[in-house]
Write a protein that binds this ligand. Structure first.
Ligand code: NOJ
Length: 548
């Protein structure tokens, strides 16, 4: 196994719109991030992933880009960006950018041109097709609900959009498109960035002819583009022509993938991507699609996590995450609001001692919770608003039922302003924020956590410092114990002459501590309670280190 800096790194994801507003317009910005550089350094993280900051009409909060090489004025200027990169690098922190190239905004000049006529030089930058008998070319569905085709009257054809209709899919089969993507990569790498998080990268290659999809309740047609026919060829081309020339790494977001297929992208000997995000464990509290919730079961989460630990193992490299800008807050999903502090720390322990590069999402380190929105007008997310509309208008579900679904699964839970203090709007901004702050900022905030030596934030700092100190946490072999136990977690890591054992209680009740070894012979490295006996307190988590 090759050892590299990004395997040893700990990533912190910043969603710029909601992180810190420096100029009091209610929107987070680059100078806001610059104000918090020392906070990031003190947390101990070594890589920042910045969600999109490019020019965009913000239909999907920047995942709809209209100029890949310009900064959205609301977020700042190119000078601010350079200052941010330098400020991070001076503190030993690398920066990765979001690369969103499955689609652009419909306001991108390429699409504006593409729309004009069938023989426009940019026509083939996108995926256009004739309709059949006045209907869309096929019944493919969009990730945000509804059809994946939009009719355009200028040329009497339809264009494909696997996300919102303001996000037309690029045609990767066109070599000019791939050259444009290489230019974008080079532009940012030359400015000093250290890598990319590649948005929905395993769906960029669509099957020739765009055949009809088999019937499915959601995402009809997806068998024709998930891990599509030329995806490996195209990713290798980017690697060969650009990425391999820089000391950078890539993490690809991949949907509906198995560890076996993931290895086709990320095995150590592949020259495509460095690691992948997958979603298996995000189904621990829902049926496949988040809008169909089911009760959370720890054993489901464990099975999904372990499947990837074993499936990737020595052949490639995993990512470890519970939260990002698309997921509700983990403490609300997998932990307990009654035992918020204990369960947030337990989740951190369970996750961050596994093998892979950890990704921590802003606010996770203080145990931020889901927003308690009760009205549709409080939501901002294009996906949530679409689903609400489809639910109430097409399926004729009640408004109450749809609001309940949003209250459980909306992406906006992750997007409420970062809670810095108990000042107005959690210290995020003095102006009305673009999305309401969670009312619990009076108690849950960074300032409080910095004062309290037992806070969740201090606990994250501790784990991060341990990961940096003990190579076993990064490179040790992973073995799980009691995989079918729905109450406790137990796994070990082995490396050279050391063994590390993690035991944790995934419930709000006391449970007997099972362990495969005599833990009295080990050093207790970490504990989220003061007591250390054979009874695990609610959400207690402990880590032991053995010298063999
Ligand atoms: C995945 C991103 O994480 C999400 O926020 C976005 O809406 C879609 N891809 C489309 O870009």
């Amino acid at each position: 196994m090759n050892k590299t800096w990004y395997k040893e790194g700990i990533v912190y994801q910043i969603y710029p719109r909601s992180f810190k507003d420096s100029n009091q317009d209610g929107v987070g910005d680059l100078r806001g991030i610059i104000e918090k550089l020392d906070y990031l350094k003190d947390l101990g993280i070594s890589i920042v992933w910045l969600s999109p900051i490019y020019e965009s009409p913000l239909d999907d909060n920047g995942y709809d880009i209209s100029d890949y090489c310009k900064i959205l004025p609301e977020y700042g200027t190119m000078d601010d960006f350079i200052e941010l990169v330098n400020g991070l690098h001076e503190r030993g922190i690398a920066l990765i950018m979001d690369l969103v190239v499955n689609h652009t905004s419909d306001e991108h000049p390429w699409f504006v041109e593409s729309k004009k006529s069938v023989d426009n030089p940019y026509r083939d930058y996108y995926i256009w097709k004739e309709g059949t008998e006045g209907k869309a070319p096929n019944k493919w569905g969009s990730f945000f609900g509804g059809p994946a085709w939009e009719y355009d009257e200028t040329t009497n054809q339809y264009y494909l959009h696997l996300f919102s209709k303001k996000q037309p899919d690029l045609n990767w089969d066109n070599p000019n498109v791939r050259e444009e993507v290489k230019k974008i990569l080079t532009f940012w790498l030359d400015l000093g960035v250290d890598g990319f998080r590649c948005d929905v990268i395993n769906i960029i290659s669509k099957r020739e002819g765009l055949p009809e999809g088999k019937w499915k309740p959601v995402l009809r047609g997806s068998e024709h583009y998930i891990n599509g026919p030329k995806v490996h060829e195209y990713l290798h081309e980017l690697y060969e022509d650009v990425l391999s020339k820089y000391n950078c790494f890539t993490v690809g977001e991949s949907v509906f993938i198995t560890p076996e297929i993931a290895l086709d992208y990320i095995a150590d000997w592949k020259e495509e991507l460095s690691m992948l995000f997958q979603f298996d464990h995000m189904n621990a509290d829902c049926f496949f699609v988040k809008w169909f919730g089911r009760k959370f079961k720890p054993v489901r989460l464990k099975k999904a996590m372990t499947k990837w630990q074993y499936g990737i193992n020595e052949k490639g490299w995993n990512t470890l995450y519970f939260e990002n800008h698309d997921q509700p807050r983990s403490v609300s999903r997998f932990g307990s609001l009654k035992y918020r502090e204990q369960s947030a720390k337990m989740l951190a322990t369970y996750l961050l001692f596994q093998k892979g590069t950890p990704f921590i999402y802003q606010g996770q380190e203080i145990g931020m919770t889901n927003a308690h929105f009760t009205k549709l007008s409080q939501y901002r997310d294009v996906e949530s608003l679409n689903i609400y509309r489809i639910g109430t208008k097409k399926l004729l579900w009640s408004k109450r039922r749809m609001l309940k679904k949003l209250a459980r699964s909306s992406r906006d839970h992750a997007r409420t302003p970062m809670q810095w203090s108990n000042e107005i709007n959690g210290g995020f901004s003095e102006a009305t924020p673009w999305i309401e702050a969670n009312t619990n900022y009076e108690t849950i905030n960074v300032k409080n956590d910095l004062k309290n030596k037992n806070s969740i934030l201090k606990y994250y700092q501790k784990i991060i410092a341990l990961r940096k100190k003990h190579e076993i946490i990064v490179y040790g072999e992973f073995i799980e114990h009691y995989p079918n136990d729905n109450k406790i977690v137990c796994y070990e890591r082995n490396y050279e002459d050391e063994k590390l054992v993690v035991v944790a209680n995934f419930t709000g009740k006391e449970v007997f501590q099972k362990a495969p070894y005599d833990l009295a012979k080990a050093k207790l490295l970490l504990n989220n309670y003061d007591d250390d006996d054979r009874i695990l307190k609610p959400y207690q988590a402990k880590v032991y280190l053995f010298k063999k």
